[in-house]
Design a protein around this ligand. Structure first.
Ligand code: MOS
Length: 750
């Protein structure tokens, strides 16, 4: 084995000790002191402020805009409408891949959803821009919109990011017909809107054919390509700075209308333009999670073994695009079952296009499927955990492939022990607290695929022995600046303080998207292999040089640690990077690395992170008020890079799950198609007072197949399992099974 082979990560990883440390966020101080610069904090000289004018109808066309009145406002500089919108290099309605939004971008006067931008007002101040928008006084020709799932149904070609809409194994009809027990239920999930703390924002500035953008993005390279295509610019002439994001929720992966319109406004006026969405404008043109109606049928034999299931999702999509929430897929990998059928159908409605939002598909699918599993366990007369263990999948049901790793039994055990699950009565309405509130305990299984995209990184060791790692990564608040830097330090065999970590701008190597819970795996493996490439070169310099104490050590191998290469068989013998470069008279030495899934491993194994979530809910029997007293999640997701960040990701995901079960719902007015609660007063998300007794347990798991570093994603799994655990606890408290989410007080009042 060569020294390089021994430097490869994996169970035998020998160098570095930064991976696994619970470091605090490297940019934490900047954030809490206001020193972190977000997109909207940029004020280039000559800056203009732009606002979008959102349509107040959901379907029809704009008949008139009083542009003259708006332009007469002393602060208004320009009003952009279909009349004067600068030309684009491509039709914004075209799309070449499922990650793109189709957009109108003031191409014509049609209105296809409430909140669609129908004009942009640009002014010297934000106040003037807002006043100008009011003066436009739009008039419309409105048609009656459709915003429910009751319209014409069609079969989509694909769901989510181009996934098959249907999958089958075995004879589901026959198995359901001959089942000893059957459970059939329909669940409904509402439209939910991306509402990260930081709204979408762009500060755009043209300098000839070069474009400078301060803009939060979860996909620097993808955004740059999209903008290059729309504006006919060379990608290298577009520079995007996205050092920090105040959250993304999935909606900052694809470029959406407001960002593109902000850039168009800069082009039209020839001045830098800032466009920041107001909170209510987040409910419209930047995507959302589409509503679903899911019908699940389960068959059981006399022993409580699953014999078949059928999961059909009806999901909403827009009139003009085709994202369908892929909710039916979640059961394909969860439980041992000889026959299964999963499928989707869609209904076109007059809203913006749904898109990727916080475990797209898995979140909506999991709350329904794991509720149905709870109903099946009760029908079988079994404890929900015993039922899940009885139906434990040792291979992936849909494919019969082995799992690359699966510590779900350990998650069940550690979570249940911590929670005290063994004392749970089987029947509902059996427990009360000291003040007479009904108590219920519920659980759900969490699952999320361990995916990877393509990522790149570049590493340098400088003559003074310090290192640089460049990777165009994205910190949405999840801790990428910290976790990826830890991997970089270990990859380069350096202490953290000797490393300069560069990330968050589009001129760096494309380190993949922060989406699909893939970022640490993709960027991390790229970073680690870039480090290994540099160490390989350094090692070759040292072991081949008679003047080095490492001369001839190639056969026994070397370890890179603390800025030194040392003999593996005798750690007392070694040499610093600085000495090696000094003697070779090199200013620096560089290497690059890639991170990507291994197709042969992906062919051989099913790859998922798993978890188990346990919830205690208290319900006031008279008022229906619910409170989640305790939420314990135990998750296994391969190698943990930073336990503090990972715990925080799990807790965040569980909060999303709680939000799904009890809080979030956008309400459409059926006549106007407008969202009636496009604000944080009425679109509810959990706040600190809603959260107590939350614990996330990090279950050890070593995955030798998923990628060289053994990393699975942790960003989204926490939302799965949690929603159903809470819904199942509400049922256990009250005996009332609510199948339309979020569960509200009225659902629990007789
Ligand atoms: Mo996530 S919804 O893949 O950003």
């Amino acid at each position: 084995m060569s020294e390089i082979a021994q430097l490869q990560p994996g169970p035998r990883m020998r160098h570095g000790s930064n991976i696994g440390q619970p470091l605090t966020r490297s940019e934490g101080r900047l954030k809490v002191t206001g020193g972190a610069t977000y997109a909207a904090d940029n004020h280039p000289d000559g800056l203009l402020h732009a606002v979008i004018v959102p349509a107040s109808i959901a379907r029809g066309r704009v008949v008139s805009l009083d542009v003259a009145a708006a332009k007469a406002h002393p602060g208004v500089v320009e009003v952009m409408t279909p009349e004067n919108r600068p030309p684009l290099a491509m039709d914004p309605y075209e799309k070449s891949n499922p990650l793109m939004f189709r957009m109108n971008l003031l191409k014509d006067d049609t209105v296809r959803y409430a909140g669609e931008p129908i004009a942009v007002v640009v002014a010297e101040t934000l106040e003037a821009a807002k006043e100008g928008a009011i003066l436009l006084a739009p008039r419309y020709e409105a048609e009656r919109p459709e915003v429910t799932l009751d319209g014409d149904v069609f079969k989509p070609q694909a769901v989510g990011p181009g996934m098959p809409a249907e999958a089958t194994k075995g004879d589901v009809e026959a198995a359901l017909a001959s089942a000893a027990k059957r459970v059939e239920a329909t669940y409904e999930t509402p439209p939910q809107y991306h509402n990260a703390m930081e709204p979408h924002a762009v500060v755009a500035r043209f300098d000839g054919d070069k474009l400078q953008l301060d803009m939060p993005t979860q996909g620097l390279a993808m955004s740059r390509m999209r903008i290059a295509g729309l504006f006919g610019l060379k990608p290298e002439n577009i520079h995007i700075r996205s050092p920090f994001l105040g959250g993304g929720f999935g909606s900052k992966g694809s470029v959406s209308s407001p960002e593109a319109l902000g850039i168009l406004a800069a082009k039209l006026t020839g001045r830098p333009v800032k466009l920041v969405l107001a909170r209510e404008e987040m409910f419209g043109s930047v995507g959302h999670r589409g509503q679903t109606r899911q019908t699940i049928k389960l068959g059981l034999d006399e022993t409580g073994a699953l014999t078949a299931f059928d999961h059909l999702t009806r999901a909403a999509t827009s009139r003009f695009d085709d994202f369908v929430e892929p909710a039916s897929g979640v059961g394909q990998a969860l439980y041992k079952v000889p026959a299964l059928h999963t499928s989707h159908e869609a209904v076109r409605i007059d809203t913006g296009t749904p898109s990727f939002m916080r475990a797209p598909g898995e979140a909506s699918g999991s709350i329904a499927f794991e509720s149905a599993i709870d109903e099946a366990a009760f029908a079988a007369g079994m404890d929900p955990l015993a039922f899940r263990l009885k139906n434990y999948a040792d291979v992936e049901p849909i494919s019969d492939k082995p799992f690359s790793s699966k510590a779900l039994k350990e998650c069940y055990r550690e979570g249940a022990e911590r929670f005290g699950w063994q004392d749970r009565p089987l029947e509902p309405r059996q427990m009360r607290d000291g003040s007479g509130r009904l108590l219920g305990w519920g659980m759900g299984t969490a699952i999320f695929p361990a995916l990877m995209f393509q990522g790149n990184a570049r590493a340098v060791i400088r003559r003074d022995g310090s290192g640089v790692m460049e990777a165009g990564g994205h910190d949405m608040g999840q801790g990428a600046w910290t976790a990826l830097a830890q991997i970089a330090a270990d990859g380069l065999g350096l202490p953290m303080e000797a490393l300069e970590f560069r990330s968050g701008t589009s001129d760096l190597p494309d380190a993949g998207v922060a989406g699909g819970s893939t970022h640490t795996a993709t960027a991390g493996n790229a970073i680690y292999s870039a480090g290994a490439a540099v160490i390989e070169k350094l090692t070759a310099l040292a072991v081949g040089d008679e003047r080095s104490p490492l001369f001839g050590a190639g056969n026994v191998g070397v370890i890179a640690r603390d800025g030194r290469l040392i003999r593996q068989d005798d750690e007392g013998v070694g040499e610093s990077y600085a000495d090696i470069l000094e003697r070779a008279d090199l200013d620096e030495i560089e290497g690059s690395g890639q991170g990507a899934g291994d197709p042969s491993a992906q062919e051989a194994y099913a790859m998922y992170a798993h978890g188990a979530v346990f919830a205690e809910v208290a319900v006031d029997p008279d008022l229906g008020q619910m409170r989640v007293n305790r939420l314990v999640g135990a998750f296994a997701a391969g190698r943990v890079i930073n336990p503090r960040m990972v715990e925080s990701q799990y807790l965040g995901g569980m909060i999303w799950g709680l939000s799904f079960a009890l809080h979030e719902k956008a309400v459409h007015d059926r006549r106007s198609g407008r969202i009636m609660n496009a604000n944080f007063g009425e679109y509810h998300v959990p706040v600190n007072a809603d959260l107590q007794g939350m614990e996330a347990i990090l279950v050890a798991e070593d995955d030798p197949h998923v990628n060289p570093l053994g990393i699975k994603g942790v960003g989204e799994i926490g939302i799965t399992g949690t929603g159903a655990a809470i819904a199942n606890a509400v049922w256990h408290a009250t005996g009332i099974r609510v199948r339309r989410f979020p569960i509200g007080l009225a659902d629990l009042l007789g």
